[in-house]
Write a protein that binds this ligand. Structure first.
Ligand code: CDP
Length: 215
C-alpha cells in the first residue's frame, strides 16, 4: 500500500504521514528532507543553489545518511530547498530513490509536494493537507522557537509566502492536489483531530476500492 501526503509548508504533513505509517505498519519517507539535503550540500559547496550545475551536482551526492542532519530544519535551508527543487535536473536526480522506497514491501507513506501527482501517481490513497497561511506560519514560528532559532513571526510569514509561491508557480512538478486526492484543511484541527479525519477518509476510500475490486 502506498499513501501519498502532499501540501504546503507546515500544514501538518509530516506529523500525519508519520502517524499513518505507524498505524498501517508502513515505511515512511520525508521527501522534503531530500531536497533540503541537496540544498545544504549546495550551500556548503559555496556555490549558488540557483545555479543548475551546482544544484544538480549536490542532488546527485545526496545519500540516506544526510536525512538525519539537524541543520536540514534551518530556515535558510528550507528557502534554498525551494530554490533547488524548481530545477528539473534536481528533481530527476531524486526521483528514483523515492520510487524505490515506495516500491519496497509492505509499502510506504511519502510526504512532499508532488507524491500524488508525479512520484507515485498510482498511490492507493492520496491526501492533500492544507491550512491557512497564518496558521501555518504560526506553527512554523513555534517549531523554530522550540528548536532554539532566533525568529521573528513576520519574517517566518514572509518566508512561507515566498516558498508557497515558488513551489506552486514552478513548471516542473508544481504544488497542487492530485485530481483524486482527499483534501484535508487542518487550520482548526490539532494533530490528533487531523489523524482521525484522515483515517476516516482513508477507510472510506479503501472500502470503496475493495467493493470495486470484488465486483
Ligand atoms: O517541512 P516543510 O513543509 O516546511 O518543507 P519540506 O517538506 O521539508 O520541503 C522543503 C522544500 O522542498 C519545499 O518548499 C519544496 O520546495 C521542496 N520539496 C519539493 O519540491 N518536493 C517534494 N516532494 C518535497 C519538498
Amino acid at each position: 500500500m502506498i499513501i501519498a501526503v502532499d501540501g504546503p509548508a507546515a500544514a501538518g504533513k509530516g506529523t500525519l504521514a508519520r502517524r499513518l505509517a505507524q498505524h498501517f505498519g508502513l515505511g515512511f519517507l520525508d521527501t522534503g528532507a531530500l531536497y533540503r539535503a541537496a540544498a545544504l550540500r549546495a550551500l556548503e559547496s559555496g556555490g549558488d543553489p540557483a545555479d543548475p550545475a551546482v544544484a544538480e551536482a549536490a542532488a546527485r551526492r545526496v545519500s540516506p545518511e544526510d536525512i538525519g542532519d539537524r541543520r536540514l530544519r534551518e530556515e535558510r535551508v528550507a528557502q534554498a530547498a525551494s530554490i533547488v527543487s524548481a530545477i528539473p535536473g534536481v528533481r530527476a536526480a531524486l526521483l528514483q530513490f523515492q520510487r524505490d522506497f515506495a516500491a519496497r514491501p509492505p509499502g510506504a507513506v511519502l510526504d512532499g509536494r508532488d507524491i500524488g501527482t508525479v512520484v507515485c501517481p498510482g498511490a492507493d490513497v492520496k491526501i492533500y493537507v492544507t491550512a491557512s497561511l497564518e496558521a501555518r506560519a504560526e506553527r512554523r514560528f513555534q517549531e523554530l522557537r522550540r528548536a532554539g532559532e532566533a525568529v521573528i513571526y513576520e519574517r517566518v510569514l514572509q518566508d512561507m509566502k515566498d516558498r508557497d509561491e515558488r513551489d506552486s508557480a514552478r513548471r516542473t512538478a508544481p504544488l497542487r492536489p492530485a485530481d483524486d486526492a482527499i483534501v484535508l484543511d487542518t487550520t482548526d484541527l490539532d494533530a490528533e483531530a487531523t489523524f482521525q479525519a484522515a483515517l476516516a477518509a482513508i477507510e472510506k476510500k479503501l472500502a470503496g476500492k475493495h467493493r470495486r475490486d470484488a465486483r
